[in-house]
Design a protein around this ligand. Structure first.
Ligand code: ATP
Ligand code: MG
Length: 371
């Protein structure tokens, strides 16, 4: 997936912005509040029809405007031709997604335009709740196996039914067995897909982490959500009384998690802020690399304030990794002086200055002097 041309209307302070991004590295710089994160948000909107900052789409639509629109010319899937994609959201809630003249559903859009965000929220992969880590695993499951979405939806439907049954109190054993069988029919293959995704991801993550951060070994372990040595049917049966008392199912894929350990300690407790940033970034970058290995397709990295928390040497390593990657990057920073000189001369780098909601392409600092 490659964005050749991007137009944004009425998204936060971006009233009307247009740019032709580089296929490789795009550096967006500007003062606080100028609209840099909003531009990343626009690309995210294009890929997922929602923001990464808020669940309330009205906050993303520019004040006093009726609708936002993000339009792009993209090269998507295994096709080589450039085709138009437009995503608009109106204040009354209407969502329109059109790709090459056809309407798309949310899942079709997500499959078309895989987007990976690295921002201050990404720390939640280490510090946040298991739900964040399940979302991370499921991004991979969704993009690596076409069966994933059906299993995920089927499992959540069955879980909802089981949980409402648990709240009824007195339950016939045969009814319970039927519901459990339905749940297990989705839970087991869903877990197998999650497990195989994580086993494929771990070596890629370790390799990228060793490039970004030397001397820190992070052990990553997948937990399926119940005692993996036992059959889920047995666990559900055994815990049934407890589940009835609690009114929800306490074991299963809805409790899956990832554990990160460094030198035998929880990584969130052990690592420094900058080390954490490199670990969570390596996780997201690894997803993009594995996506390319598995599908021969590219995705888009959205990296908000890349230099924050990092010293110059580690920033440089991060940039080195990005410029060798196949994926298109949109990177924001406040001050372009450091960030624009960390790239190799052959890297296709485009610089954009963001100022009060307007975006203009600029030359790299120093380029004028050489002419
Ligand atoms: N719905 C909206 N309508 C109009 N403007 C908005 C809306 N929501 C936010 N803004 C404004 O848009 C501007 C851009 O915000 P954005 O978060 O993109 O800035 P930024 O360049 O990333 O800044 P920073 O460097 O501080 O992260 C801010 O001034 C913000 O107040
Ligand atoms: Mg910002």
């Amino acid at each position: 997936m490659l964005i050749k041309e991007l137009q944004i209307s009425n998204l936060r302070n971006l009233s009307s912005a247009k740019l032709e991004p580089s296929p490789r590295v795009n550096l967006l710089y500007g003062e606080n509040g100028s609209g840099k994160t909003s531009l990343l948000e626009a690309v995210h909107f294009l890929g997922l029809a929602r923001s990464f900052r808020t669940q309330h789409f009205r906050q993303v639509i520019q004040s006093d405007k009726d609708a936002l629109l993000v339009f792009a010319q993209i090269v998507a899937g295994d096709q080589s031709q450039v085709r138009p994609l437009g995503v608009s959201r109106a204040r009354d809630g209407e969502l329109k997604v059109r790709f090459a003249g056809e309407s798309l559903g949310n899942a079709e859009l997500a499959a078309l335009m895989p987007v990976l965000v690295i921002n201050s929220e990404t720390f939640a992969l280490l510090e946040g709740s298991p739900a964040v880590r399940r979302q991370f695993i499921d991004w991979g499951g969704f993009h690596s196996d076409p069966r994933f979405i059906r299993l995920w939806r089927g499992f959540h439907r069955a879980l909802k039914q089981r949980n409402s049954l648990l709240k009824c109190g007195k339950i016939d054993a045969r009814v319970r067995e039927v519901w459990d069988a339905e749940l297990i029919a989705f839970a087991e293959p869903l877990t197998a897909l999650r497990e195989s995704y994580i086993s494929a991801l771990v070596p890629v993550f370790q390799r990228i982490l060793s490039e970004l951060l030397q001397g820190v070994e992070v052990e990553l372990r997948f937990q399926c959500g119940w005692d993996s040595k036992r059959a889920l049917a047995e666990v559900l049966k055994e815990n049934f009384e407890r589940d009835v008392r609690q009114g929800f199912s306490g074991s299963g894929p809805q409790r899956a998690d990832l554990k990160f350990r460094v030198a035998g300690q929880d990584a969130a407790e052990r690592l420094s802020r900058g080390q954490k940033k490199l670990v969570v970034s390596a996780l997201k970058l690894a997803q993009g690399v594995l996506f390319h290995e598995q599908t021969e397709r590219a995705c888009v990295y959205l990296i908000d304030d890349l230099p924050s928390e990092l010293d110059e040497r580690h920033c440089q390593k991060f940039c080195r990794f990005l410029e060798t990657s196949i994926n298109q990057c949109f990177i924001t920073c406040v001050d372009p002086a450091l960030m624009s000189r960390l790239w190799q001369p052959e890297t296709e780098l485009a610089l954009f200055r963001v100022d009060g909601g307007t975006i203009s392409q600029t030359a790299a600092p120093g380029e004028h002097d050489e002419r």
